[in-house]
Ligand binder design. Sequence first.
Ligand SMILES: *[C@@H]1O[C@H](CO)[C@@H](O)[C@H](O)[C@H]1NC(C)=O
Ligand SMILES: *[C@@H]1O[C@H](CO)[C@@H](O)[C@H](O)[C@H]1NC(C)=O
Ligand SMILES: *[C@@H]1O[C@H](CO)[C@@H](O)[C@H](O)[C@H]1NC(C)=O
Ligand SMILES: *[C@@H]1O[C@H](CO)[C@@H](O)[C@H](O)[C@H]1NC(C)=O
Ligand SMILES: *[C@@H]1O[C@H](CO)[C@@H](O)[C@H](O)[C@H]1NC(C)=O
Ligand SMILES: *[C@@H]1O[C@H](CO)[C@@H](O)[C@H](O)[C@H]1NC(C)=O
Ligand SMILES: *[C@@H]1O[C@H](CO)[C@@H](O)[C@H](O)[C@H]1NC(C)=O
Ligand SMILES: *[C@@H]1O[C@H](CO)[C@@H](O)[C@H](O)[C@H]1NC(C)=O
Ligand SMILES: *[C@@H]1O[C@H](CO)[C@@H](O)[C@H](O)[C@H]1NC(C)=O
Ligand SMILES: *[C@@H]1O[C@H](CO)[C@@H](O)[C@H](O)[C@H]1NC(C)=O
Ligand SMILES: [Zn+2]
Length: 294
Amino acid sequence: INSIIAQVTKYTFPPSEWCYHDGNCSYEKWPELFPKYCNGTRQSPININSSKAQSSSELTAFTFTNFNSTTALKKIENTGKTVKVTFNSGVQVSGGNLPETYDALQFHLHWGNGSTTRGSEHTVDGTFYPMELHIVTLKSSFNGNTTQGVADSQGLAALGFFIDIMDGDATDSPDSWRTLTSYLTNITNTSDYANITSALSLDDLLSGPNREKYFRYLGSLTTPACNEAVIWTVFKEPIKVSKNLIDLFSTTVRIGNTSSSFITNAFRGIQSNDLEVTTQADRSSCSTMCSTKG
Ligand SMILES: *[C@@H]1O[C@H](CO)[C@@H](O)[C@H](O)[C@H]1NC(C)=O
Ligand SMILES: *[C@@H]1O[C@H](CO)[C@@H](O)[C@H](O)[C@H]1NC(C)=O
Ligand SMILES: *[C@@H]1O[C@H](CO)[C@@H](O)[C@H](O)[C@H]1NC(C)=O
Ligand SMILES: *[C@@H]1O[C@H](CO)[C@@H](O)[C@H](O)[C@H]1NC(C)=O
Ligand SMILES: *[C@@H]1O[C@H](CO)[C@@H](O)[C@H](O)[C@H]1NC(C)=O
Ligand SMILES: *[C@@H]1O[C@H](CO)[C@@H](O)[C@H](O)[C@H]1NC(C)=O
Ligand SMILES: *[C@@H]1O[C@H](CO)[C@@H](O)[C@H](O)[C@H]1NC(C)=O
Ligand SMILES: *[C@@H]1O[C@H](CO)[C@@H](O)[C@H](O)[C@H]1NC(C)=O
Ligand SMILES: *[C@@H]1O[C@H](CO)[C@@H](O)[C@H](O)[C@H]1NC(C)=O
Ligand SMILES: *[C@@H]1O[C@H](CO)[C@@H](O)[C@H](O)[C@H]1NC(C)=O
Ligand SMILES: [Zn+2]
């Protein structure tokens, strides 16, 4: 009886017994292990077919509040599945055709096994990147209650940024990523955390990509329980980070402690549901006619 209770408990309450690529707990098994949502029909991540993305004039610019604050990043943690950075309150995103203002709670990263392998969750026209950064935000009206967020089909908005290798032989670049990764040696064991004391802003970490160019679709969390509660924004242009810093993720932080393996290949595979994706109208293809739209 105890083992039956244990099994029921394991799969009914917030899931912990999952992994990305190991045999019986891999993402291919999530639909069986967590059938309530992981076997659904608006699951993420997806491959974005850019030629099929519908253009939409509703996908306006975002307003990013406190992304320039150098005190917004609170702590960095090794969860055993990823590296997560939590925010102090006041970091928000609105605009971009979101239904209301969303509070940013945390960002975390997905990576492969070194800078030359797949680490991104989303792909565009089959192209993957070595890493992907996800900023997780919650409708402000839920006041931080994520239980309500995951129960609402638009309760969460996720901002996805691809990370690509910086061109040339750059090392330790950019400075913002050198600073962020300098914390990894303090969080090598699962459940370790460090307080972020550096003057580091989200704008510093997100520098490079044009944040007015993005894909939009309605999807899910990419970890169990895979709740279908997420408005996804996937920015088209990647953040560029030097190879040596990308390599640190798969060679520094561990699942467990010193005697266990590094966190590698921390991404869910593509879900084959055919979801509608929208993007901004392509102004370059309409020359002077569209210029009055600003
Ligand atoms: C996977 O297999 C291992 C070893 O056989 C077992 O300990 C673990 O509970 C299994 N996990 C799941 C989710 O079934
Ligand atoms: C997942 O959904 C499909 C289609 O609805 C169904 O055929 C399949 O049995 C489901 N699998 C699980 C494990 O629930
Ligand atoms: C952040 O941006 C806002 C709005 O543009 C500005 O008012 C504020 O002074 C900036 N703060 C910092 C720390 O640069
Ligand atoms: C990751 O790469 C390292 C070095 O290239 C290799 O030794 C290791 O087996 C790889 N790990 C996985 C899970 O593929
Ligand atoms: C993208 O969509 C187009 C048009 O439907 C199709 O011809 C093409 O094969 C698709 N590409 C991929 C990679 O799915
Ligand atoms: C979050 O919302 C749920 C559902 O409305 C409620 O049961 C729960 O008590 C709330 N949690 C907190 C911490 O307010
Ligand atoms: C990780 O755990 C080991 C014990 O297994 C300990 O020796 C080491 O200091 C820990 N590292 C950190 C950064 O806390
Ligand atoms: C990182 O670890 C070093 C050595 O244990 C310690 O001196 C330092 O304060 C730690 N840094 C943070 C931000 O926790
Ligand atoms: C982080 O900061 C809190 C409060 O400022 C402090 O209590 C805690 O010891 C710090 N933790 C680490 C790992 O430095
Ligand atoms: C390190 O992890 C192993 C396996 O999870 C565990 O048996 C051991 O007690 C841990 N050591 C420390 C110091 O936490
Ligand atoms: Zn993620």
